[in-house]
Design a protein around this ligand. Structure first.
Ligand code: DGL
Length: 260
């Protein structure tokens, strides 16, 4: 047993999809979630800048004695996961990897779309996953420009968001893509909207598998929490606004901590 919290971070509300999945499977866990709202969005920033933020946030989470850290952000995972593991060898990290493997396995047309930020699409991590698990499928890369912002505003199904999704995904889907990989944690909140806009297209969301992977690591170390569990949040800018935006997505944190 280990009563310490699980640390988790993202640029904003996106990683809450992973926190929600983890707490649904393990309600006795305490999740300490750092939303880097002062630096949102990460997607268009240079990798070195995102890496710097990932290191600063890791130090802050470790100051709260977390037992494991989930990098609940594809952009930060692409920019910093390998370096974090190297720099903090005693800390277990779980990161986001675009779900190219399940997509390539289940696609009938062998044509899939990875919808992600510039940072994720430019990183080596995606190339490695495509090379290892792409199974010869055609993997189109589409930058979800404006989508993380729409989710962050609490507007995942606003008409403008739907129109943008149609513009971004329509061309590849009409060319035969039958599977969309959500390569950014913010897009987990867009999954149902994508399914409504493109019936018959499969959507791959890795929030749950990542939460499961974190719990598997805790099990292997006999480090599950005895409870009581719940979600605490830290936001680097406007914590009250962040809580309100999370609530609009159906996630209500129990407590709040200071960023420093
Ligand atoms: N949620 C982040 C991700 O998974 C990125 C959103 C942003 O651009 O900050 O990539």
């Amino acid at each position: 047993m280990d009563p310490r919290p699980v640390g988790m971070f993202d640029s904003g509300v996106g990683g809450l999809a992973v926190a929600r999945a983890l707490l649904a499977a393990a309600p006795a866990e305490r999740v300490l979630y750092f939303a880097d709202t002062a630096w949102f969005p990460y997607g268009p920033r240079p990798a070195a800048e995102v890496r710097k933020r990932a290191f600063a946030i890791t130090h802050r989470l470790l100051a709260s004695d977390v037992k494991l850290i989930v990098v609940a952000c594809n952009t930060a995972s692409a920019a910093a996961l390998a370096e974090l593991r190297q720099a903090f060898p005693g800390v277990p990290f779980v990161g986001m990897v675009p779900g190219v493997k399940p997509a390539a396995e289940q696609s009938r047309s062998k044509h899939v779309v990875v919808l992600a930020t510039e940072g994720t699409l430019d990183g080596d991590l995606l190339e490695q996953v495509v090379a290892e698990f792409g199974r010869g499928a055609q993997v189109a890369r589409v930058v979800g420009r404006g989508l993380a912002e729409a989710v962050e505003r609490g507007e995942p199904d606003a008409p403008a968001t739907r129109a943008r999704l149609r513009d971004l995904l329509g061309p590849e889907i009409s060319r035969g893509a039958d599977t969309v990989v959500l390569g950014c944690t913010h897009y987990a909140f867009l999954g149902p909207v994508i399914t409504q806009e493109f019936p018959g297209v499969a959507v791959i969301d890795t929030s749950e598998p990542v939460a499961r992977r974190a719990l598997d690591l805790l099990d292997a170390a006999d480090a599950r929490s005895p409870g009581p569990g719940g979600l605490s949040v830290i936001a680097s800018l406007d914590p009250d606004g962040f809580r309100a935006r999370a609530a609009r997505l159906g996630i209500v944190p129990a407590a709040q901590e200071a960023a420093r």
